[in-house]
Ligand binder design. Structure first.
Ligand code: 13P
Ligand code: SF4
Length: 324
């Protein structure tokens, strides 16, 4: 049962009540997900109040692994649409909900299957590797998927040396430098959020925070990546910052990670590389979206035909196999 509005209003009626509301809602989510056998998966870019009710928080590769393993009947994805589609493909008999239906990934919509079909005709001897940030339809015409944390290992393990990599040319450029023995054909596409970070901001941050380590995501422009002390996925950036002996870090990925790291390591200092590195799609999911989902209202159930699932999941299965 959904908590009545009057109960929420009572809690809001006190000054201290604002925090009480968040806690009360979190407690109800935690109780209901247990009672109803629901698993909540959250991408690392989700906000702190959602992290606290999730069964698993992590990067795209970690989320995929969890999606393949969970035995819950219902999975709520707090992230963007392609992540919910990945869960559905890996667990087709489960009910999969995207917590907020407006949360898409602009990069995932940059290319369609027809375009890739055309490119395959021009490059018939290439293995087509897709960043996981793509639609299910596009995955049907690709050979293998990668995430930012699994890409180097997987591409190294592909027997063919000729790779057509879509759609993120920045990630592709970074992989090419890590795996020089492979020849990557790149196309122009990428994450509009990470592309907002400029080299000028790197110079300004270095001046403002001398001695701080610069940690960046490979979706950033190569001129930014070239300046980094460490390059990795969201989970890898967080693990690095927690483990490292340094005390000051400049974070070159979506700005939610700055806050999460500050929660994890209050004694260290974390600053964003750019105030503009905010993904509005990731930020659109709220705790109340999760609350509504566990109460059986809100969210969007991901529906995909069996044909689409079986042809799109081949490249995800291949990713999980090669990324072991
Ligand atoms: P990772 O968490 O896999 O690094 O992905 C970053 C991202 O931009 C997801 O949309
Ligand atoms: Fe897509 Fe970039 Fe947002 Fe990730 S951060 S969901 S890649 S737009």
């Amino acid at each position: 049962m959904i908590t009545s509005c009057s109960r929420i209003a009572r809690a809001a009626g006190t000054v201290a009540g604002f925090d009480m509301i968040v806690r009360e809602i979190q407690e109800q989510i935690l109780r209901l997900k247990k009672e109803r056998n629901i698993c909540i998966l959250a991408h690392a870019y989700q906000r702190q109040d959602i992290w606290e009710v999730a069964d698993y928080v992590g990067d795209s590769f970690g989320l995929s692994k969890q999606a393949a393993q969970t035995d819950a009947q219902t999975v709520i994805m707090c992230g963007v649409r392609f992540m919910a589609e990945t869960v559905k493909m890996l667990s087709p008999r489960k009910k999969v909900l995207l917590a907020n239906p407006i949360a898409g990934c602009p990069m995932a919509d940059q290319m369609d299957a027809d375009l890739i079909g055309q490119m395959k005709k021009e490059l018939p001897d290439h293995t087509v590797v897709a960043y996981i940030n793509t639609t299910a339809e596009l995955k049907t015409v690709c050979d293998v998927c990668v995430t930012s944390s699994s890409a180097v290992k997987i591409i190294r393990n592909i027997p063919n040396e000729k790779i057509l990599f879509v759609p993120d040319c920045n990630l592709g450029d970074w992989i090419s430098k890590q795996v020089p023995e492979k020849k990557l054909e790149l196309v122009r596409g990428g994450c509009p959020t990470h592309l907002r970070i400029t080299k000028r901001e790197v110079e300004a941050a270095r001046r403002a925070h001398p001695g701080a380590k610069l940690l960046v995501h490979p979706e950033c422009h190569p001129s930014v990546v070239a300046e980094a002390d460490f390059v990795g996925s969201t989970t890898e950036i967080m693990d690095y910052a927690k483990r490292d002996g340094g005390s000051r870090f400049i974070i070159g990925t979506e700005n939610s990670i700055v806050e999460h790291l500050q929660f994890s390591c209050p004694e260290k200092t974390f600053v964003p590389l750019s105030k503009d590195c905010v993904c509005h799609n990731m930020a659109s999911t709220t705790l109340m979206d999760v609350y509504r989902c566990v109460n059986g209202i809100g969210g969007e159930e991901i529906v995909m035909s069996d044909e689409l699932i079986s042809s799109a999941r081949r490249c995800i299965d291949e990713m999980l196999r090669l990324g072991q």
